[in-house]
Design a protein around this ligand. Structure first.
Ligand code: ZN
Length: 238
């Protein structure tokens, strides 16, 4: 089952659950913890929290685009995106908590009031792909579920819904395929799924484990709980 096979309402619910999960992890961080490292190399937690807040604001912009037909990109440029995150990271912990809560509520409101025909309107992602506005449910789900783990205070891939993990694996392998990476690599999810990354190259290395562990490894977040392939490095994803 892939995320986009679900009804729109279910997809939005999974995004909302991810927001709630991120909010729980955030709530148990002390203000001082904001200065600590996230699981993203070189990113303090405060920078990650700013990024998740500004991501919701950027998704609001493309939902406005879908609703009005007036083109409003997620970000003016990758430089503007990076600058906004860097500046946001200097906000006080209280302001960062507000930023997260406020932008998440705004996004939820945009979803709630978006007129039916606008869900299929084409909008552009930060990577330049044209997608229907309904794709924002997946774009947000990815961000909140993975980055909740990246906060590094107890969030676990095992808590992420299976359909999100399955679709993350599709996304990651899709990127590797487009970039021509991962020849000879196969991923085996315990007795349920085998993915040969480059189908024209016979597998020489296989990573085996439960779904959550395979996705954690493939997303570059370490080898925990794998039964084979722990010594392998995944190709870059993002
Ligand atoms: Zn992100």
């Amino acid at each position: 089952m892939a995320f986009n096979d679900l009804d729109l309402g279910e997809r939005l619910d999974i995004a909302r659950e991810g927001t709630a999960y991120f909010a729980q992890r955030l709530a148990v961080l002390s203000d001082a913890d904001f200065d600590g490292p996230s699981l993203l190399a070189g990113w303090a937690r405060r920078k990650l929290i700013a990024h998740v807040g500004y991501n919701a604001a950027a998704l609001c912009r493309i939902l406005d685009w879908a609703a009005t037909g007036i083109e409003t990109p997620m970000y003016e440029s990758m430089e503007q995106r990076a600058r906004e995150i860097d500046e946001g990271a200097t906000l006080s912990p209280g302001s960062l908590r507000n930023l997260f809560t406020h932008t998440a509520a705004q996004l939820d409101e945009k979803w709630r009031i978006l007129p039916d025909p606008a869900w299929t309107a084409q909008v552009r992602t930060a990577q330049g792909r044209m997608v229907p506005a309904s794709e924002t449910a997946w774009m947000r789900s990815r961000e909140v579920w993975i980055h909740a783990v990246d906060l590094g205070n107890g969030g676990r891939f095992e808590d992420i819904p299976e359909v999100v993990l399955d679709s993350l694996l599709d996304d990651i392998v899709g990127v590797w395929r487009r970039k021509g990476e991962g020849a000879g690599l196969a991923l085996e999810v315990d007795e349920r799924r085998l993915v040969v990354v480059q189908e024209d190259a016979p597998p020489t290395d296989t990573v085996v484990g439960p779904l959550a562990s395979v996705v954690r490894w493939a997303s570059g977040r370490g080898a925990i709980g794998l039964s084979a392939g722990s010594d392998l490095e995944p190709p870059r994803w993002l």
